[in-house]
Structures are given as structure tokens and as C-alpha cells.
Design a protein around this ligand. Structure first.
Ligand SMILES: Cc1cc2nc3c(=O)[nH]c(=O)nc-3n(C[C@H](O)[C@H](O)[C@H](O)COP(=O)(O)OP(=O)(O)OC[C@H]3O[C@@H](n4cnc5c(N)ncnc54)[C@H](O)[C@@H]3O)c2cc1C
Length: 269
């Protein structure tokens, strides 16, 4: 294993970023290995070139502070990763929605700052229609009927969890609710699909694995209106943030951080 100390500044940009930003190809990849007698220094070292690290670097650089980003993967973007299929579709492998546009986050009319960044970057986004969320799932009843079941169900779950001390799953309450409503098999199917989209898919877990009480305790701020990057993929935004952050090193996994009042030393593998 090589040990690298980052105490002198230089930039390396490669992988995804170089493919999409040929204008930075002129940056030379210099010998990345240094030793304690030849250290590499920077004012601020950022670990991770996800949206947080990239935006931090951008804001610091805007204020004249030198940054160096170390990223473990061979691309920027982190959990934002858009891939383009051969037949021209964009597949979002990570984030796809901006939740909360134009002050639509219900608690306090807030706007998601990602929306503001998207406007600044002049990236076109689109609203998603309710029916698009349901994709190929069959809906026997109209969307508005299912939405009103959903609203009723959430009130039901809130009330149940308020009087219960146990953290029972959304799936359990869904069955209970369906029985009370006397749903037909088809209605229950449509209702459960809706729950899968609005709770299961957002949380990345099956309804039976999400404790309703715990979820409602931490989810008091509900998402606002959504937009997606259907023309470019979400990575258009992280690429925008990355384009001026010239000191990004890919394939650098930070394995150790040691620091004192004067400095910090970072080791990568
Ligand atoms: C499937 C999925 C769907 C999602 N959908 C949405 C959505 O629709 N809307 C939404 O707003 N959010 C969504 N999210 C959440 C959103 O993607 C994340 O909140 C956001 O991307 C986090 O950004 P970040 O920069 O904080 O972290 P990350 O994107 O995780 O970036 C951290 C970076 O640090 C790097 N790193 C970690 N350890 C090291 C190390 N030791 N050395 C060097 N580098 C390291 C990682 O490789 C990574 O690139 C989704 C997430 C997933 C996974």
C-alpha cells in the first residue's frame, strides 16, 4: 500500500469528469505518490466528490480558498449517477427528484436549494405527473380515488401510531386499513402499489420493513413538488458544480486522517 500525504497542491481530473469536460484535459496527471519529505498541501481538503463535496469546493473557491477533493470512485457525483442507455434513455442509478421547488416544501414554504442551483446552472427540468409515478402498475380506480385513500390511510396510521407504543410496519397498517375499507382485491392491489411508490420507493425498503411510528416521527417535513432531469440526467448538476473545481483526484480512498491544532494529514491507499 502506498501512503500519500496531501500537503502540496496540484490538480488531477480524470474518469467521468474528463470524458464530459474535455476542456480540462490539459491538466496533467502528475505522479500521485509523494512522501513525507515531499508533501502536498492545500487550504481545505474535501473528502468525497458527491454533491456536498463539490458544492463545498465551489463555494470555498469562489471565496478565494484553495481546495483539493479526494474521491474514492473513478467518477464524481457520488449517489447522483446518471447513465445513458444505447437507445437514448437516461437511467438514474441514484437520486432522480428535486423535492421542493418554488417554495413548495410544506413546512414554512421553503425551496430546496438544489432547485436554486439548477436555475443558476440553467438546466431544464420537468414536473412528473402522478400517473407516471405508477409506471406499469395497473390502476383500476382513478388516481384521485387512490390519492384520497392514501390521505385517509396516513391519518389512520398517524392515529394508530399515536396510541401505540410499538413500531409496527406500514405493511401491517395497510392490511388493516384495506380490511376496514372493504377493498376488493383489485383496489387493494392498486392501493398497495401506490404505497410502494410513495413510501417504499422513496425510503428504499419494503413496506413490511418500515416502522410507521419511527417514520412518522422523523418525517414531519414532507417533500414538496417534484421535478426531474429528464433531458440531461441529475449528473448535469454535479458536472456543473465540478466544472470549476479543478483539483479533484479520483480513485483516492482515504484510509486515515490524523490532525492537530495546526494541520491535518490524510493517507489514501
Ligand atoms: C437510489 C437512491 C435514490 C435517491 N433518490 C433521491 C431523490 O430522488 N432526491 C434526492 O434529493 N435525494 C435522493 N437520494 C439521496 C441523494 O442521492 C443523496 O442525499 C446525495 O446524493 C448525497 O450527496 P453527498 O455528497 O452528501 O454524499 P455522496 O453522494 O454519498 O458522496 C460522498 C462521496 O464520498 C466518497 N467517499 C466516501 N468515502 C470515501 C473515502 N474514504 N475516501 C474518498 N472518498 C470517499 C464517495 O465515493 C462519494 O462519491 C437518493 C439516493 C439513492 C442511493
Amino acid at each position: 500500500m502506498h501512503i500519500i500525504q496531501f500537503l502540496t497542491l496540484y490538480g488531477v481530473v480524470c474518469g467521468h469528469f474528463q470524458q464530459h469536460h474535455p476542456h480540462v484535459n490539459h491538466l496533467q496527471k502528475r505522479n500521485a505518490i509523494s512522501n513525507k519529505s515531499n508533501p502536498i498541501a492545500t487550504q481545505v481538503l474535501i473528502i468525497g466528490a458527491g454533491i456536498s463535496g463539490l458544492e463545498a469546493a465551489r463555494l470555498l473557491q469562489k471565496n478565494g480558498i484553495k481546495t483539493l477533493i479526494l474521491e474514492a470512485r473513478n467518477r464524481t457525483g457520488g449517489r447522483i449517477w446518471s447513465i445513458h442507455s444505447k437507445n437514448g434513455h437516461i437511467l438514474e442509478m441514484g437520486a432522480s427528484y428535486i423535492h421542493g421547488i418554488y417554495g413548495s416544501i410544506p413546512s414554512g414554504l421553503l425551496t430546496n436549494p438544489i432547485w436554486d442551483l439548477t436555475q443558476e446552472a440553467k438546466i431544464r427540468t420537468h414536473a412528473t405527473k402522478q400517473k407516471d409515478f405508477l409506471g406499469s402498475y395497473q390502476i383500476g380506480d382513478s388516481i384521485s380515488a387512490i390519492q384520497s385513500w392514501f390521505n385517509e390511510y396516513m391519518i389512520f396510521v398517524r392515529e394508530e401510531t399515536r396510541i401505540s407504543s410499538t413500531n409496527v410496519s406500514f405493511g401491517y397498517y395497510a392490511n388493516l386499513f384495506a380490511k376496514q375499507k372493504n377493498f376488493t382485491e383489485e383496489q387493494q392491489y392498486a392501493f398497495t402499489n401506490y404505497l410502494h411508490f410513495f413510501i417504499g420507493a422513496v425510503e428504499g425498503a419494503e413496506l413490511d420493513a418500515i416502522g410507521a411510528k419511527g417514520y412518522l416521527d422523523i418525517n414531519s417535513v414532507h417533500y414538496g413538488r417534484n421535478h426531474i432531469f429528464s433531458e440531461t440526467g441529475y449528473m448535469a448538476l454535479t458536472d456543473y458544480l465540478a466544472k470549476d473545481a479543478t483539483d479533484i483526484r479520483l480513485k483516492e480512498v482515504v484510509v486515515k486522517i490524523a490532525y492537530n491544532e495546526k494541520s491535518a494529514e490524510i493517507e489514501t491507499n
